[in-house]
Design a protein around this ligand. Structure first.
Ligand code: NAP
Length: 248
């Protein structure tokens, strides 16, 4: 199949392109650097010409109040162009539990992205993944200073980006789900505990302080981000993944 991967140069997109091509499909990455801007629509019609499937793995430049407008405009552009090009399947990547965290504008924006896709003219699939292992260092940095990292005890069930990419590639190569597939990591951690494991592995001597008002995930009810029954559970554990990361 010919598969257009928009955001195909990003963390997940680049791996999805690789997997699909290894599986025998013709997957092409698209992004501003290849001449496609999903926000303005530049290059979109050309990218979707002859495509069987479009996978949207873009991300908004910021997680703030600009995020809803980014996902609204990019999805409107995507669906109009996919419909005009008779693309038979549109896939997006969203977040497990996004609808249960209305206090976070970025999560509201992801729910908006899902709702636009569901209401649109193109047969669709939504993959919802939990937080990526690759994202954990950034989460820690948001509420850290020189000696402490403040984190809430919110439960998380993170997973490796490689496992997310595999799940997105599998769904993209299959028939439209007209629904959602949830994928999650094999273990549940309170975020403060995950912070301690991460700092210890990095040899970072800062102290984790449990603070249920600290950082972005303080807005999430304690178990909102955990996969519910029916989710696909990925194999890679956090410790296995950490052990594979280059030192420093
Ligand atoms: N972080 C998490 O834990 C998590 C969990 C579940 C779901 N997700 C979702 O996963 C998706 C992918 O995340 P990611 O970490 O792979 O993102 P990423 O690494 O930031 O990659 C984003 C991709 O989108 C491209 N892009 C940005 N603006 C664009 C535009 N206007 N037009 C076309 N392409 C554009 C980027 O191109 P450049 O490289 O040129 O900038 C890049 O290829 C996001 O939608 C996110 O909501 C994330």
């Amino acid at each position: 199949m010919k598969i257009a991967v928009i955001g195909g140069t990003g963390l997940i997109g680049s791996q999805v392109v690789k997997i699909l091509n290894l599986d025998g499909h013709e997957a092409l990455p698209h992004a501003p650097s290849t001449g496609l801007d999903l926000f303005s629509g530049r290059g979109l019609a050309e990218a979707l010409d002859g495509a069987d499937v479009v996978v949207n793995l873009t991300n908004s430049p910021t997680f703030d109040d600009a995020a809803p407008a980014f996902f609204q405009t990019t999805m409107d552009n995507l669906l109009a162009a996919a419909d005009a090009a008779h693309v038979g399947h549109a896939v997006i990547l969203s977040i497990v539990g996004a609808d249960q965290v209305p206090g976070l504008v970025y999560y509201r924006a992801k729910v908006l992205q899902e709702d636009i896709l569901k209401a649109g003219p193109v047969p669709y699939s939504i993959v919802r993944a939990t937080q990526f292992f690759e994202f954990i260092d950034a989460v820690l940095s948001w509420s850290a200073d020189e000696s402490t990292v403040r984190l809430p005890a919110t439960l998380v069930q993170p997973m490796a980006a490689a496992d997310v990419a595999r799940a997105v590639a599998d769904v993209s190569a299959g028939p439209p789900l007209r629904g959602t597939r949830n994928v999650a990591g094999p273990e549940v951690f309170p975020l403060d505990e995950l912070g301690k494991v991460t700092l210890a592995t990095h040899g970072d001597r800062r102290t984790v302080i449990t603070d249920n008002n600290a950082g972005m995930f303080a807005a999430a009810p304690r178990d909102a981000l955990i996969a519910k029954n029916g989710a696909v559970i990925a194999e890679t554990t956090y410790l296995e993944w950490l052990a594979r990361q280059p030192a420093g």
